[in-house]
Design a protein around this ligand. Sequence first.
Ligand code: YH5
Length: 266
Amino acid sequence: MGILNATPDSFSDGGRFRDLAAAVDHAARLIGDGADVLDIGGESTRPGAAPVSENEELDRVIPLISALASRFPTALSVDTRKPAVAERAIVAGARFWNDVSALRGEPDAPGTAGRLGCAVGLMHMQGEPADMQRAPRYDDVVAEVVAWLAERARVARAAGVARESIWLDPGIGFGKTVAHNLALLAALDRLVALGYPVLLGASRKGMIRTLDPSAADPLDRLGGSLAIALAGAAAGCAMIRVHDVRETVQALKVAAAIESARKPHV
Ligand code: YH5
């Protein structure tokens, strides 16, 4: 899954059309680099980010999804917590609702997902983006995240979402310390064992900087992002959300080739 930048360039005065053209160019590059899915979000959910209105999110995301759906056969994902935005995105051609609130954004979120019949990504988050990194606390982070996601999957299924349309995501960096993130990454097999496909997103995230203080610039976090992608693939994750698609696809291909060369030993 390639992350498509759909938030406006605040340093450009070219307006909406320039932002749309730049996003289409970026999409073409991600597809050429080997992305199977493009994730399109109009709301920043980074720690401390300001909320975005529904109209603003629609204006950022819907014209872009329409433009991409008419140009490329690649699956499109909409990263939103708002059911109305998800619905318009699916109608415009998106196939996947990536919901970092796991259908808790609004009361009609589960019902909307069931009615739309799209695939949904349910991500774990403790707290809200505005305050989630203030004091993350768990007794047993792995057990709590796995049980919480199993419960959100149950809610989705009760609302009519098909079992095979549900994806689970541990939400790296969303209300978690580096120790919590590492415990989750070391126990991904327990999430995979629930039987739903697992989506993992850690590309360029802050934990990489904590482990390598020289990587203050997110662009200097490719090595750490690849290490996490490979750990995820080894544990059985079915999709990895990344900025650097070409490098990640290459790393995953080499790891898969090594895996296929493994000789069974008695
Ligand atoms: C995710 O994990 N994450 S938005 C801070 C960074 C870098 C990247 C520079 N949406 C996820 O990517 N959806 C986001 O520091 C997501 N899983 C799913 N399913 C945060 C992000 C980022 C934040």
